[in-house]
Ligand binder design. Structure first.
Ligand code: HEM
Length: 261
């Protein structure tokens, strides 16, 4: 069998690796900034709604439903754009790293990018799973489920959000809160069926609730990790730009000449 040649890190060996002004294409730049803005919004809205201003959102339900709809819509858009970004990345080479970058800096940058991609996929998926972890509306599990509305708006809205089309008189255990209108108020949010179906029978309601709590914890921890990664990523870019005097921001379209399409 013919031996497969070992893959080289062409980013450091390409002849243009010292070239001034190496930069991403216009598509990559748009995807990068769209994803960045949406992630910042998700972190802001997440910590605001479920942590910092929790009491406010508990008392002002219309704001809560606008907030959760914007949060889930933005997060799922991040997922879709990340898939597009990964496809782009598989079809294009990234521009060369600046020649002054030390090997450990290249490795750290690769690692941080990998973690960012992982977060951009896992955060939306865990968020979606949280919303799915409720008994399907009208099922025996939903009828047996204790009211989640009494004290925690977070849980209540999640229950409403997961219940899809409501049976006459509203879902069992929910006291009248309307479900979030869907992704960007346009597409109804589908539930992840295997997770929703765990609570379809009364015996599954408790395990499903435990899963819900675990997912919410992972999503929260992920939020903190994502925030840290973002700070490291921005810090690294600023260091290259202003301390190493490399045209780092230009690579992502912030300064200098126009990128190719
Ligand atoms: C890049 C994507 C996302 C990021 C960075 C993000 C970030 C966050 C953060 C920081 C929190 C607050 C955690 C806390 O303090 O308790 C949160 C909560 C939440 N997020 Fe996301 N999120 C993302 C995507 C999504 C998506 C796509 C959904 C739903 C489809 C979603 C649903 C939720 C829910 C339901 C909560 C409340 C969890 C609880 O019960 O405490 N998130 N998110």
């Amino acid at each position: 069998m013919a031996a497969i040649p070992a893959q080289k890190d062409d980013r450091k060996t390409r002849p243009d690796s010292t070239s001034e002004g190496a930069r991403y294409t216009r598509v990559a730049i748009w995807l990068h900034w769209a994803i960045a803005i949406l992630i910042i919004w998700n972190l802001l809205s997440g910590f605001l709604i479920w942590d910092l201003a929790r009491e406010f959102f508990k008392e002002h339900r219309p704001f809560y439903f606008i907030g959760i709809t914007l949060h889930l819509s933005s997060g799922l858009t991040v997922l879709a754009l990340t898939v597009a970004r990964i496809i782009w990345r598989l079809m294009h080479e990234a521009p060369a790293f600046p020649a002054t970058m030390k090997p450990w800096e290249r490795h750290s940058a690769h690692f941080a990018h990998f973690l960012l991609y992982a977060g951009m996929v896992l955060m939306p998926l865990t968020g979606w799973a949280i919303l799915s972890a409720h008994p399907p509306a009208g099922s025996p599990g939903a009828l047996a489920s204790p009211s989640p509305m009494a004290n925690a708006p977070t849980r209540s809205a999640l229950a409403s959000a997961s219940s899809g089309p409501q049976p006459a008189g509203g879902p069992a255990g929910a006291h009248g809160a309307p479900p979030p209108p869907g992704i960007w108020w346009i597409v109804p949010l589908p539930m992840i069926t295997p997770i929703a179906n765990i609570g379809i029978e009364p015996g599954g309601v408790k395990p499903q609730h435990i899963l819900h709590e675990e997912l919410a914890n992972w999503h929260k921890v992920g939020g903190y990790l994502m925030l840290m990664l973002l700070l490291v990523h921005v810090g690294g870019a600023l260091k290259h730009q202003f301390i190493d005097r490399e045209p780092e921001l230009q690579r992502m379209g912030l300064r200098g000449r126009k990128p190719k399409a």
